[in-house]
Design a protein around this ligand. Structure first.
Ligand SMILES: [Zn+2]
Length: 150
């Protein structure tokens, strides 16, 4: 395979594989809305989504979430393991601690890998890549120079 700088001939990114628990997340994402599973009784946010609350066994539903969070951990991807992302190397996938108290992974936008630091503030953003069936959850770093530690 020849790696080129442009996106011509780049394979489509992987498609989501919704299951009965995650289908509402992807339905909201389709409309570019960020929603997470929440207990309708004790109001705890639940990730991964569950049919019943792990704290009180109450019913759950999906509700709009802030999308605000901070980088809990991250990895820099340098190996072309996903063909659709070959021309984006290197890129960063972060595990984000959301304001709702749960964590979700996503590719970081708006920052170079060497500038990323744990604790930086991010906000959720959906990006629809060329050839993609559905938008993908990503996180945009907000003012890294203001929030980077150490
Ligand atoms: Zn509950």
């Amino acid at each position: 395979m020849t790696v080129t700088d442009d996106a011509v001939g780049v394979p489509a990114p992987p498609s989501p594989s919704p299951d009965i628990d995650s289908a509402p997340f992807w339905a909201a994402a389709h409309d570019l809305r960020f929603e997470l599973c929440r207990c309708t009784d004790c109001r705890a946010w639940l990730q991964p989504p569950l049919e019943r609350c792990r704290h009180c066994a109450g019913a759950t539903s999906f509700e709009p979430a802030s999308g605000d969070g901070e980088i809990y951990s991250y990895i820099v991807i340098r190996h072309p393991s996903v063909p659709a992302f070959v021309h984006r190397l290197p890129y960063v996938v972060a595990l984000v601690q959301l304001a709702e108290g749960v964590r979700l992974p996503g590719r970081l936008l708006g920052i170079e890998p060497e500038e990323v630091a744990v604790g930086q503030q991010v906000c959720a953003e959906f990006e629809t890549l060329p050839g993609a069936d559905e938008p993908a959850l990503a996180f945009r770093v907000i003012s890294p120079e203001d929030t980077a530690r150490g």
